[in-house]
Write a protein of this length. Structure first.
Lengths: 220, 216
């Protein structure tokens, strides 16, 4: 049965003489042994013999009609129309799609909740960091004066750690001692310069100021 | 007719670059000249193409669409597409395969757009286009054509296209595989199934056709 099924997939090309010699020998060997496939081939052969290849050819009138119509339409079309058509409005459509994508992207950006990106602080966070003194300055201030009210705000330790990278204390005592000297956002340790709430300036400006200060000191 | 030959792209290439075989060189020059004529939209060039390729295009379109008027429209569109594409065609392009591919794509697209109710063969397709030696012969041929187009319409699209291209379009299996974008084995299977189904579908016609006429 499997052989019959495979042979019947080759009967069409076999009748048109499109098989190579190996396939043709295989089909003919099977046909000699299988009466059903032989009857199938015989019936198909009769059908093809009854349908001549010229059956669907156009009449002379139809041929002339087609040729005349093509010549007429060819003459009607401008030369440019005969070239492959490309949409002239393709570029504007592309620009419109890009603008729409941009607008949707901006809208989605506004809809999303704003979160500080790791490694980049927003304005408020920048202010908090800028008011925080450096660890050595804090230790100096702590040596002269203890913090009056070492209250740890809820939810802040993680952010404070992120702002001033320190080693995590190994014991609760050390943690408490460190928290006691750590300044809060709303506090300013005496002796430290009062910093303005402003965003950190680019490094290039500091370099320029440093150069100006050196130049000022150098000049008598 | 075919433009597919072993020849350079440039029609104005020096003769030294042409193949050594004289017949191939002649066909190459002829194909380049035909393509140049199509690019200049010469009436003679399109008539030469029509003289050699129109039968195959028409039969392919008729077999797929099943209506004479649709086949004529398809022929017009395919020839106009050839004129439009002539500036970018190469002399190495197989003109026959290119025309058949465009024709098959156009016809299948037309069938998809057509409403299912109008996919039946119109009675106008029974009109006598090739008057035989006698009115009786012509009538039988028209009846056979009608029965064949009705049977073809009952085949799946791929099987119908493969059978029409092989039986009426004069394409080889390799050309059909290139036109339809499938493997040679697939084309063989489609052709075999189409032949088997047509044998069954046209077995009724054998009774109601010439045999009945002969009995009558």
């Amino acid at each position: 049965v499997t052989s019959c099924r495979r042979i019947r997939n080759l009967i069409g090309p076999y009748l048109y003489g499109d098989l190579d010699s190996r396939e043709r020998d295989w089909v003919e060997a099977h046909l000699r042994a299988c009466a059903r496939c032989r009857a199938e081939v015989a019936g198909a052969q009769k059908m093809l013999a009854r349908t001549p290849e010229t059956l669907l050819r156009p009449s002379a009138e139809a041929r002339e009609r087609i040729t005349e119509a093509v010549a007429m339409r060819m003459a009607e079309e401008p030369a440019g129309e005969l070239l492959p058509r490309r949409p002239a409005w393709g570029a504007p459509r592309l620009a419109l799609a890009g603008a729409a994508t941009l607008i949707v992207g901006i809208w989605i950006g506004h809809q999303l909740p704003q979160r500080p990106v790791a490694g980049h602080a927003g304005p408020a966070r920048t202010a908090a960091i800028s008011t925080a003194p450096s660890p050595d300055r804090v230790s100096t201030a702590a040596g002269s004066q203890a913090a009056p009210n070492p209250v740890v705000p809820q939810g802040e330790p993680e952010r404070a750690h992120a702002a001033t990278p320190q080693r995590r204390p190994t014991s609760p005592d050390k943690q408490q001692a460190r928290e006691s000297v750590r300044p809060r956002q709303h506090e300013r340790i005496e002796g430290t310069p009062k910093l303005a709430l402003r965003a950190p300036e680019p490094e290039g400006i500091d370099d320029v100021r440093l150069a100006e200060a050196i130049r000022t000191e150098a000049t008598p | 007719m075919s433009l597919a030959m072993d020849c350079p792209d440039d029609p104005a290439a020096p003769l030294a670059q042409l193949p050594a075989d004289n017949a191939a060189a002649y066909r190459c020059v002829e194909a380049a000249a035909l393509l140049a004529g199509l690019r200049r939209r010469e009436d003679d060039a399109i008539r030469r193409v029509a003289a050699t390729e129109l039968d195959g295009i028409y039969a392919t379109a008729f077999g797929i669409l099943g209506r004479r008027e649709d086949a004529e429209d398809a022929c017009q569109e395919v020839l106009l597409k050839l004129l439009r594409a002539a500036p970018v065609l190469s002399p190495q392009t197989s003109l026959r395969a290119w025309l058949r591919r465009v024709c098959v794509n156009y016809c299948l697209d037309q069938r998809r757009r057509r409403r299912p109710a109008s996919q039946t063969v119109s009675t106008e397709s029974v009109s006598i286009e090739h008057p035989g030696p006698s009115p009786h012969e012509a009538a039988r041929e028209a009846e056979l054509r009608d029965a064949l187009t009705r049977a073809l319409c009952q085949l799946p699209q791929k099987q119908r296209a493969v059978f029409v291209l092989r039986h009426f379009g004069g394409c080889s299996l390799r050309e059909i595989a290139q036109i339809l974008g499938c493997a040679d084995g697939t084309v063989k299977a489609h052709l075999s199934r189409a032949v088997a189904k047509l044998r069954v579908l046209l077995s009724d016609w054998r009774i109601s056709g010439p045999e009945r006429s002969a009995r009558d």
